[in-house]
Design a protein around this ligand. Sequence first.
Ligand code: HEM
Ligand code: HEM
Length: 217
Amino acid sequence: MQYTRHPAWSVLLRLFHWCFVLSIVVLVTTGFYIHFPWTNTMIEGSSSFPVATMRYIHFIAAFVFTGALLARLYLLLFGNRQERFWDFLPITGRNIKNLGSSVKYYLYLDDNEDHRLGHNALAGIAYFVTFIVACLQILSGFYMLYPESVGWQTWGLKLFGTQQQGRLLHYLFMWYFILFAATHVYIVVWNDIRSKEGLISSIFNGTKFLPEKPEQN
Ligand code: HEM
Ligand code: HEM
């Protein structure tokens, strides 16, 4: 079968992806430390204060994470065709059909993949849920970060309950990202081996390969 190369992901989407990934690695590491500091938190006779340093790094990564997500929210509406939400959510007939065939393909019930330039609808749902959890993570984070802000405290209290409840939710959301990352990396590697689209390289160079004849949309 002949494959041709097509541009799939804009530079901004790829930048989002890698800023998101790197910031999450830093946020999870520093988050675990804030949750349960695994070193001495005050070193006698030294001016080092590891918890404050970890929190500082957490907040820098948090701003990168927030900036990346804002860029992705913009692309959901104004990105290229593959990046807009109606291309990958099961809200059109074509996407609902793709959801069914993707589930069969993933369960090894059907070897014929419904090739698409963008995400399949199953992956699309997972990414969309991830964006929602990311929004909640950001809101609960800023709720904790700005205890003196009336705006953040009013909305934070309504959405997450008390500071301590918000903090617990923030911690639990972290587990979503850990589980998502493990499953996601497994599935993209699985897909890259099974189909010849060059899926993993697409998130670096922005292009994907599709069979020449079959429908690409
Ligand atoms: C994937 C993203 C993130 C992860 C995995 C994460 C993880 C964590 C974890 C595990 C904690 C410790 C909670 C506990 O004590 O049980 C924490 C604390 C905190 N995080 Fe995040 N976080 C993320 C994003 C953010 C964002 C976007 C902000 C926004 C500013 C933020 C602000 C905070 C604040 C203010 C604290 C409390 C620090 C303290 O009380 O000393 N986090 N985070
Ligand atoms: C080295 C590890 C990783 C590789 C090789 C990788 C690769 C990819 C690839 C190939 C896609 C496009 C897949 C498709 O079309 O369905 C993608 C999308 C995505 N990945 Fe990753 N990924 C990695 C780690 C992560 C991590 C750790 C996260 C977050 C926890 C993440 C979050 C996402 C999201 C949200 C998308 C959707 C992109 C969008 O439309 O905005 N990735 N990744």
